[in-house]
Design a protein around this ligand. Structure first.
Ligand code: FMN
Length: 425
């Protein structure tokens, strides 16, 4: 199947102009204040400009970087936030970026999240989670021991997720994606490793899935318009002992399909296992590029009726993307890091200007930080650091290590979080 083939989603009836998806990437371009919670999460001209650029790239579906639905449950400082307690109008806050991303025909959906136990100690000393299982230190970050959410608090979060989706709808987005992957709060509920509850939200897979089911129902209650697309990003597995397994994840996909979710985006790993999940561990994976394609194929074979399946992670060449689509193992291909290096990569592939993403020579375990430096450059209209050039890699590393050459434009960015952004998704 060609990269030029549009994809139509069953429930919403929406059509993505190409079978490609820009996966959610934290931008860290919004306002943040340690003490004043109301001063967090406002978008900036830089945030809007970033989406203007991606909007020009002939990407089928653009997923906005994770948007916490609780101003204390952040993935990182400077996230965009939708929280009913914020003093600004959340709809007006997001409208410009969504309009810019939509301007050339891409579908645009917002990723709604909560950091749960993966919210760093710098942001909160009192995180919440499904249970009190602490996240080990990672990439220079530490995490306080979380407190299990009460049932009343779960109810409040379900409401907050519904509100988040309604805000996205009113701000012009085509849909909402729940972040159910990478060890964030919904993934903390799904994982038998983290979720030790003995009430209706823990124990059996059905119970661990219950919060997600409730959130989707709440979204549909608040946004009855079927044209508003429902999506989720889900781990194929957690790659951690007693974490979500392939078999469990497949079952969850079937339930989501039944529930009317249009787009299942498949990923894998959490802060505890990202190194394994997000690199080409085997030669066979290196060849086919996509990390989770076997799982995606298994999901498609398992009796999914209407949801489209997108597999994200590892794709670099047009050939591998078209092969994955051609075998029917997925309906869309998702990309992240290549699109921070080359925001118009898909367009360039379609126009025959290139066959593959530029090589990324940055240290494998530190590419998230490097991508955030590239995002900062795009957002300011500056030249994007070319990570196929080892000298540039050294310069970006210096920025990440805080020893940047201050004359370099991207080094004007606040880099305090970049070192700690390793594997932080
Ligand atoms: C800078 C950066 C930020 C990311 N932020 C998010 C995020 O907010 N939400 C999410 O689900 N995944 C996030 N990811 C993960 C990507 O969406 C994607 O799953 C991962 O990078 C693998 O795809 P790739 O091999 O094409 O980069 C992020 C990745 C990078 C590089």
């Amino acid at each position: 199947m060609s990269l030029a083939q549009p994809v139509t989603f069953k429930h919403s009836g929406l059509t993505a102009p190409t079978p490609t998806l820009k996966s959610a990437m934290t931008e860290r371009l919004c306002t943040y204040d340690d003490a004043d919670l109301g001063a967090r999460g406002k978008t900036t001209p830089e945030y809007n400009r970033l989406y203007e650029e991606w909007g020009k790239g002939k990407i089928g579906v653009i997923v906005l970087g994770n948007i916490p639905i609780d101003r204390e449950g952040l993935e990182a400082k400077k996230n965009a936030i939708i929280d009913a307690r914020s003093p600004f109008d959340p709809v007006e806050n997001l409208k410009p970026a969504i309009a810019a991303a939509k301007a050339h025909g891409s579908l645009v959906i917002g990723q709604l999240t909560h950091g749960g136990r993966q919210t760093s100690e710098e942001i909160t000393k009192t995180p919440v989670s499904s249970s009190d299982v602490q996240c080990p230190p990672m990439g220079g970050m530490t995490f306080a021991k979380p407190r299990p959410l009460t049932v009343e608090e779960i109810d409040q979060l379900v409401t907050a997720w519904g509100y988040g989706a309604e805000v996205l709808y009113k701000a012009g987005a085509h849909g909402a994606q729940l972040h159910g992957a990478h060890g964030y709060l919904l993934s903390q509920f799904l994982s038998g490793r983290v979720n030790r509850r003995t009430d209706d939200y823990g124990g059996s897979l059905e119970n661990r899935y219950r919060i997600i089911d409730r959130v989707f129902k709440e979204i549909r209650r608040r946004v009855p318009d079927e044209k508003f697309m429902l999506s989720i990003k889900l781990n194929s597995q957690d790659f951690a002992e007693k974490g979500l397994t392939n078999e469990e994840s497949k079952q969850v996909c079937l339930w989501l399909d039944e529930a009317g979710v249009d787009l299942l985006e498949i990923s894998g790993g959490s802060y505890e296992s990202m190194g394994t999940a997000w690199s080409h561990q085997k030669e066979s994976t290196r060849k086919r590029e996509a990390y989770f394609i076997e799982f995606s194929a298994a999901v498609k074979d398992s009796g999914i009726k209407s949801a489209k399946v997108c597999v994200t992670g590892g794709f670099r060449s047009k050939k591998a993307m078209e092969e994955a689509l051609g075998t029917g193992a997925c309906d869309l291909v998702g990309l992240a890091r290549p699109l921070t290096a080359e925001p118009y990569l898909i367009r360039d592939m379609l126009e025959g200007k290139t066959d593959a993403a530029r090589e990324n020579k940055f240290a494998a375990g530190m590419q998230t930080g490097a991508s955030i430096v590239q995002i900062a450059a795009i957002s300011k209209g500056e030249p994007i650091p070319d990570l196929s050039d080892e000298k540039v890699c050294d310069e970006v590393l210096a920025i990440l290590q805080g020893g940047a050459d201050q004359k370099k434009p991207v080094s004007e960015q606040d880099t305090s979080n970049y070192q700690k952004s390793e594997n932080k998704l």
